[in-house]
Structures are given as C-alpha cells and as structure tokens.
Design a protein around this ligand. Structure first.
Ligand code: ZN
Length: 321
C-alpha cells in the first residue's frame, strides 16, 4: 500500500477551499446588488449644504445625524437584532414549543416567503425636529420606534425594515386587529403636534405610501391614523393632515358629496363607527377621532353635528362593500 504524505498546513488549505462556495449565495448576491445600487445613488447625489436640501431630484439626502445620535452604537444593535431574527427564522420549527408532540423528523415546505404588512399607520412626532426623533428612536429606554420618519424638508429616514415589527401603534383596536405593530408599517411625520405639514413632507409621504401599496398590496381602506387605532390615547396625525388628498391618490377611504344625502332616521352612528373600524368602547373618543380624520375639525364635542352625521353615513356605505 502506498501512503501519500500531505503536510497538515496543505490539508487545512484543501479543506478550506473545498468548504468555500465558488458560486456566491443568493443572500451574498442580493447584498452585492444592494451595495452597488447604494453606491450608484450616493455617487449621483450632490453633497447637501444643510438640512433643508430637498429631494425632488430623487437623489439621497445627505444628513449628518452623528451630532444627535450615536449612529455606530444604534446600527450595531440594529444589525445584531436583525441577525438574531434571521437565526430564529432559520431554526428548525419542530422545536419551537417543547410541550408539543412533534415528529422527530423535520420536513420543510418549499413554498414559503416573508409575512407582509397589511396596514399603514400615520403619526405626527410631536417633537421639535427630525434629529430629536432620531435620538428618541435610538434610545433603548424610550422603547418606541417607527419604520419611517419624514422630515419637513421631505427627507426620508427608513429606520426599521418593513418586514420587522416597529414599536409604533401600541395598545388599540381597529376592526378586530389589536396587535397592529405586527401587521403594519408606521410612518412618523416631523411635526410639533399642532401645525401644518409641509408640501415636501406630504410629497415624500405619498412616494413612500405608493411604494408600500405596490410592494405589499395594502388595501386602500387600510391607511389610517394612529388616533383612529387608539382614540382614547392618541390624537395624531393632527387636524391639518390632508386625508382627502391621500384618499384621492388611493390611500385611505373618503366620502363623496353629501348635498343630497338623506340619512335614514334609524341610522345607528355607533354601529357605523364600528363597521368603519373604530373601537366603540368609548364612543365619544371614537367620534372625536372620526371628526378629526374625516371632517378636519378638532373638537372635544362627543356628539356629531347633522353635517358630520351625513359624512359618517356616506362613509359607512363605502365600508359596507
Ligand atoms: Zn403616533
């Protein structure tokens, strides 16, 4: 028998080269494509002189957030969390719950993809600046976040992957949905809580909404405000928010001309609010949220005016179909 002696270092090299994939994995390919797209976008963009630079040209807005946020720390934590979620997803699901009597062998189905958001929740930040919000959303003790933060200058900060669960909607109810964070994308608009929203901000918002609707097939009725979902706790977005404009673009339902509408005498306002989606455990708060959203009126009056009753009736007929 002939024995061929191979030095240990050569053996290690052979094993390493065998285990290395010669063809890049799908994930590596996607990463490379994403990086190339990002490099292309950055090389096209002009350096911003200040935070008021607009993004009408479609180029990336370059902002220096490092003054307000520990970006290195935040990104390190985000990436670590994302990796832990990836590890969880990749786990053999047979061992998710040891109390269940699983089969010993695992057979994974080949027909799967990622779960998608089905709602969009719109917020105002009630803060002084985007930087303040970025700071808040990178503090662990604040325990709040959103997928997107849109500045008054139209800048778009995408802070959480759309597939992940941001902490934005909290406790509330819309229809039968209670865990809204698990099925929605949250968008925060930089706003002091009272003032108007800027044109650049709304234009950027419309672009984000169009992208989400297209990618995830979100129904028109499922674009709502935080106050719609949590009327007893929240009042955002404030009364200046242009819901009618959004609806005309396909985001959220709206009512049609009520001039000749005759509301039936037995029309039940509470049931109508419930059918639209409002939590009616506190009807007065549901009325206030409805009025703010669909009548653009901020009022603590818990009863609807005749004109508002017409709007509710008209809208309710749209939600019936
Ligand atoms: Zn909110």
């Amino acid at each position: 028998m002939k024995i061929i002696f191979i030095p240990l270092s050569a053996l290690i090299l052979i094993i390493a080269s065998c285990s290395r994939k010669t063809v890049p994995s799908r994930v590596e390919k996607l990463k490379a494509e994403k990086q190339a797209a990002l490099n292309n976008k950055i090389s096209k963009s002009e350096p911003a002189k200040d935070n008021t630079n607009n993004n009408d040209s479609g180029n990336a807005i370059v902002r220096d957030s490092t003054k307000y946020v520990d970006v290195d720390y935040a990104n390190k934590v985000y990436n670590k969390l994302a990796q832990s979620f990836a590890d969880t997803i990749a786990m053999n699901p047979n061992f998710n719950d040891p109390s269940l009597d699983y089969t010993k062998d695992f057979v994974g189905s080949v027909n799967v993809n990622m779960r998608k958001p089905n709602y969009v929740i719109i917020h105002h930040t009630s803060q002084g600046s985007v930087d303040e919000t970025l700071h808040t959303f990178t503090l662990e003790r604040a325990a709040v976040s959103a997928h997107y933060v849109i500045g008054r200058d139209g800048s778009i900060h995408h802070m959480v992957n759309d597939y992940l669960r941001a902490w934005q909607a909290g406790i509330g109810k819309w229809g039968s949905v209670t865990d809204m964070n698990s099925c929605s994308v949250g968008i925060e608009l930089d706003n002091d809580g009272y003032g108007p929203f800027t044109e650049k901000q709304i234009n950027s918002l419309l672009k984000v909404l169009a992208s989400l609707k297209k990618r995830f097939g979100i129904p028109q009725a499922n674009f709502i405000g935080h106050a719609d979902f949590a009327p007893t706790r929240k009042n955002d977005p404030n009364v200046n928010f242009p819901w009618q404009t959004l609806s005309q673009k396909g985001f959220g339902l709206w009512w049609s001309d009520t001039t000749n509408v005759q509301v039936p005498p037995d029309f039940n306002e509470t049931q109508a609010l419930r059918i639209i989606g409002y939590d009616i455990r506190d009807v007065g708060r549901a009325v206030i949220a409805f009025r703010r959203h669909f009548c653009a009126i901020e009022s603590a009056q818990p009863a609807l005016s005749p004109a508002e009753r017409k709007v509710l009736y008209c809208l309710y007929t749209k939600y019936m179909y």
